[in-house]
Design a protein around this ligand. Sequence first.
Ligand SMILES: [Fe+2]
Ligand SMILES: [Fe+2]
Length: 162
Amino acid sequence: MNKKVIKLLDEQFNKEFYSAYLYLGIAKFFAQKDLPGFASWYKVQAEEEQEHAMKIYEYLLDQDQDVTLAPIGEVKVKFKDALEAVKAADEHEHYITDEIVKIMDAAVKDGDYRTQNFLNWFIEEQQEEETNSKEMVAKVQMLGKDAKNLYLLDKELASREG
Ligand SMILES: [Fe+2]
Ligand SMILES: [Fe+2]
């Protein structure tokens, strides 16, 4: 495997754990705001991010490559309001999409078809993540100002299981 592709995948492994941390921070913010539905939704998302990291972990080990267990960066956990918190998630997903595309670029340049095939799952997943995070921002924009609507939205979000 190409050194650059390995390095980018290794770094992405860490970024997926960072994503999990970010979502846990958002979950905590909502829990402390007494919005348990939002908190639960972001906790499920945090778990999903760990699954993404583990996909990369398994892939690198399957290729007889190493995985660096580097420290996970500290995340911002203070938000002005619900809208700022869900917007942070949306911005982050766009950043992650860009990072996945960079790894794909490197795999394409290297003619590494196996890694391209592996990354296709992430490319699709990022579409889902961007759609979800965009819809979340729209919902909070539409409903977040009214306490009763926010309560109903919180109830709806509580139903996410994974
Ligand atoms: Fe992810
Ligand atoms: Fe997802």
